[in-house]
Design a protein around this ligand. Structure first.
Ligand SMILES: *Cc1c(COP(=O)(O)O)cnc(C)c1O
Length: 374
């Protein structure tokens, strides 16, 4: 297959809807109502102010977000939020924050929080190799915590919480980088949600932060201006030069979700259908494909699995790549195979992958049969 037509199953930066890419392409040459390339439009222009304002409205509409939340478009990725959250909510508090250690990315948040104060790790899946998430019975949340932090979808291991965790009297903070806008998320139950764009909703360069106003009432006064949420609230996400192009593409994705998909409930159904197709292929393969995550905790965004041996996985990846499937190798931290099926990856692409998996499995069985009979 022509590599230009590869289907993109990458864990991130992820696939984007084709109609969005076409509009982005046109706008690189010229945004008609401005007469300039989007790459050269001022961040102080009326056009960009309208982009930010429409994007904010779209995020509010998609999530049904109450008015007492700020919607911010920041830089520094999710990694900067690993620091900004504890700088804002833990520094000088004298009360611990509670963190869940459910996989690679929640693990990356821990050392950054420890720089700012006391951290209580309520649960870790490290000894199990992060193959499952905790049940409610395994979690004991305290009323005295400064906040609770967890990752809704562990991108590397393919583990996703299908419920909201924690207590209503302790602020919930959640990294939703790899499942934001993939389904309704009960945003009003969280005090702060952050999600960079480059997994599910746009290119790298912008991170969406939803923060309840009350959370910013008691922020340390010695934070650098750039790392103080209040700075970005006051400047409407235009404190310094923001990533205009990335924000524009995220706007195009939200328009696509609203106008072409029909909202997040519908998006969730489509994502469920795509994920079921692949998980059914794993489950009906008689152990040829081995799903990594415990069944109840399987992610609808990242399907991580193994084959019988590293050699077999290598063969699978080489043949898949030859057949036009890109981005299927597992994260460098754990290896294996990972099919990421973000919003922008359409059902026909998943059907093709499942067809390839089925055919590959049958072919290996025939190889084995002919090897034994020879
Ligand atoms: C990819 C990822 C990150 C890292 O994001 P950066 O924008 O590269 O800092 C953090 N959290 C989750 C859940 C991720 O999937």
């Amino acid at each position: 297959m022509n590599p230009r037509n590869s289907l993109n199953f990458s864990g991130g930066p992820g696939v984007l809807p084709e109609s969005v890419l076409r509009q982005a392409q046109e706008s690189v040459i010229e945004v008609p109502e401005v007469g300039l390339s989007v790459l050269g439009i001022s961040h102080r222009s009326d056009w960009f102010a309208a982009v930010v304002s429409e994007l904010e409205t779209n995020v509010r509409t998609l999530l049904g977000l109450p008015n007492d939340y700020h919607v911010l478009f920041l830089q520094g990725g999710a990694t900067q939020q690993f620091s900004m959250v504890p700088m804002t909510l833990l520094r000088g508090r004298g009360r611990p924050a509670e963190y869940l250690h459910t996989g690679y990315w929640s693990g990356k948040a821990l050392p950054e929080a420890r720089r700012e104060g006391q951290v209580r790790v309520l649960w870790t899946g490290e000894t199990d190799g992060f193959r499952r998430l905790p049940s409610d019975a395994e979690l004991c949340f305290s009323p005295d915590a400064a906040y609770l932090h967890y990752v809704s979808n562990e991108t590397v291991e393919g583990l996703q919480f299908h419920r909201v965790l924690g207590r209503d009297d302790v602020p919930r903070v959640c990294d939703m980088s790899s499942d934001f806008l993939s389904k309704p998320c009960e945003a009003e139950r969280f005090s702060l949600i952050y999600a960079h764009a480059q997994k599910n909703i746009g290119p790298a360069g912008v991170t969406v932060v939803l923060v309840r106003d009350a959370l910013l009432k008691d922020v340390p006064d010695d934070l650098p201006g750039f790392l103080d949420y209040r700075t970005h609230v006051q400047s409407h996400s235009n404190f310094n030069t923001p990533p205009v192009f990335a924000i524009w593409v995220v706007l195009l994705v939200t328009r696509w979700l609203i106008n072409e998909i029909g909202g997040l409930a519908r998006m969730a159904e489509l994502n469920r259908t795509k994920a079921d197709l692949i998980y059914n292929q794993l489950d009906s393969s008689a152990g040829f494909y081995r799903g990594r995550a415990a069944t109840a905790d399987r992610s609808t965004m990242n399907v991580a699995f193994n084959l019988a041996s590293p050699e077999m996985e290598k063969r699978f990846l080489a043949e898949a790549s030859g057949a036009g499937f890109s981005g299927l190798s597992g994260h460098r931290a754990i290896g294996g195979i990972r099919a990421s099926i973000y919003d922008g990856l359409m059902l026909p692409a998943v059907e093709k992958l499942v067809g390839f998996m089925d055919e590959f499995r049958r072919r290996q069985r025939n190889v084995r049969v002919s090897e034994t009979s020879a």
